[in-house]
Design a binder for this molecule. Structure first.
Ligand code: PLP
Length: 329
C-alpha cells in the first residue's frame, strides 16, 4: 500500500494495455497517465526541478517559468505547489481550457500567447516572451524543457528501465516526438541494452522535427515548429508521420473499447499500426508504444464532434474513417 506525503513520488509505471483485441495486432501500450500530474511529463518535470535544486539554480524565492503546451505546465504546477515555488506557465491559444484551469487550480499563473511569430510560429512566440521575462527579473528560472538534458535523462533513468523490466525481449518501441525528451531518453537507454531494439519515432504531420515542411497542427503534445535541440537522429531507426484525422480516429477507436486516451496516444497508436502493417511478419515481434496521457483533457477537442467536424470534415468519424484510424485489424 503506497502512502505518500508529496504528490510527485507516486507514479504507476507497470500498466500496459494489450491492443490485440482492438486493432487485431499485438501492441502493448504503456500507460503514463496514472500519477497526480496525469501525464508522462511528471518525470521530466521532477528530474529538471530536482537537478536545478541540486545545482543551486533553483533556490527558495525563485520563480519557475516555462513554455508548455499543457502537460509539463500541469506537472510543474504540481511540483511548484508542493515545494513552495511560484510558477508562471507560458502557453498559447491551442492549450486546452481544462489544462489551463488545472494549472490555475494548483496556484500557477498562465500567460497565453495569441499571436504566432512569423518564423517560429506559436512556439517561437512563446520562447521570445520567456526570454523577455527572464531578462526582466533575476528571480525567474527557466528550466527550458527543449534543451535541458534532464528532460531526456528522466526517461533514460526511469521510462526505459521500466519497459525493459517488463519486456526483456522487446523488439520494437514506438515513441511520440515532442521535445523528444521521451524519445531520446528511451533510445539512449535501449542503445546500451544487450538486445537490439528498434526505436520508431512517431511525429504529427505538419511538424518540422524530422525535416518535413510545417503545416497546421491543432492537437498539443507531439510535433514542433522548430527542430528540437535534444534530437539526435542517429539513435532513431525509423520515423512515421501521422495526419491529425488519423490521430482522432485512433483515439475514438480506443474510446469505443472503453479506453479514453489523450491525442498523442492516438497519434502513436496510429503510427505504430501503420508501421507494423508495413512489415512482412509481425507475429514474433514484441512491440511496445508509450501512451503519454489520458483523454479527459481532450473532451473539448478530440472528443467533441463540432470541433472535429470544423477541423477535419463531416466524415472524420464515419464508420469507414474509424476503420482507417489504424489500418490494421
Ligand atoms: C500529451 C503529450 N504527448 C507527448 C508529449 C511529448 O513528449 P516529449 O516532450 O518527451 O517528446 C507531450 C509533451 O508535452 C505531451 O504532453
Amino acid at each position: 500500500m503506497p502512502i505518500i506525503s508529496v504528490p510527485h513520488v507516486f507514479n504507476e509505471d507497470e500498466l500496459y494495455v494489450d491492443l490485440r483485441m482492438i486493432f487485431g495486432q499485438s501492441l502493448f501500450l504503456k500507460c503514463e497517465g496514472f500519477n497526480f500530474a496525469g501525464s508522462i511529463k511528471l518525470k521530466a518535470a521532477t528530474e529538471m526541478v530536482e537537478s536545478a535544486e541540486r545545482d543551486g539554480v533553483l533556490t527558495p524565492g525563485s520563480v519557475l517559468v516555462e513554455s508548455s503546451s499543457g502537460n509539463l505546465g500541469v506537472a510543474l504546477s504540481m511540483l511548484a505547489a508542493s515545494k513552495g515555488y511560484r510558477f508562471i506557465c507560458v502557453t498559447d491559444s491551442r492549450c486546452n481550457l481544462s489544462t489551463r484551469r488545472l494549472m490555475e487550480a494548483l496556484g500557477s499563473q498562465v500567460h497565453i500567447i495569441t499571436e504566432p511569430d512569423a518564423v517560429g510560429g506559436f512556439l517561437g512566440a512563446r520562447l521570445n516572451y520567456l526570454r523577455a521575462l527572464c531578462a526582466s527579473d533575476e528571480r525567474y528560472v527557466w528550466l527550458n524543457q527543449y534543451s535541458n538534458p534532464s528532460n531526456w535523462k528522466a526517461h533514460y533513468r526511469r521510462t526505459g528501465p521500466a519497459i525493459a523490466r517488463q519486456f526483456p525481449n522487446l523488439d520494437v518501441l514506438f515513441i511520440g516526438a515532442g521535445t523528444t525528451g521521451t524519445l531520446m531518453g528511451c533510445a539512449r537507454y535501449f542503445r546500451e541494452w544487450p538486445r537490439p531494439v528498434r526505436i520508431i519515432a512517431v511525429d504529427s504531420a505538419g511538424s518540422v522535427t524530422f525535416g518535413h515542411p510545417p503545416g497546421r497542427r491543432m492537437i498539443p503534445g507531439l510535433g514542433m515548429n522548430i527542430r528540437p535541440p535534444l534530437l539526435d537522429e542517429s539513435f532513431i531507426d525509423d520515423v512515421v508521420h501521422v495526419e491529425e484525422a488519423d490521430t482522432v480516429r485512433s483515439c475514438h477507436r480506443l474510446a469505443k473499447s472503453g479506453f479514453l486516451f489523450g491525442g498523442s496516444t492516438g497519434t502513436v497508436v496510429s503510427g505504430a499500426m501503420d508501421w507494423l502493417s508495413s512489415q512482412h511478419d509481425t507475429r514474433a515481434l514484441t512491440s511496445v508504444a508509450i501512451a503519454p496521457d489520458l483523454g479527459e483533457r481532450y473532451l473539448d477537442t478530440v472528443y467533441q464532434s463540432n470541433w472535429l467536424q470544423d477541423l477535419y470534415g463531416e466524415d472524420v468519424l464515419s464508420p469507414n474513417g474509424l476503420e482507417a484510424g489504424a489500418r490494421t485489424g
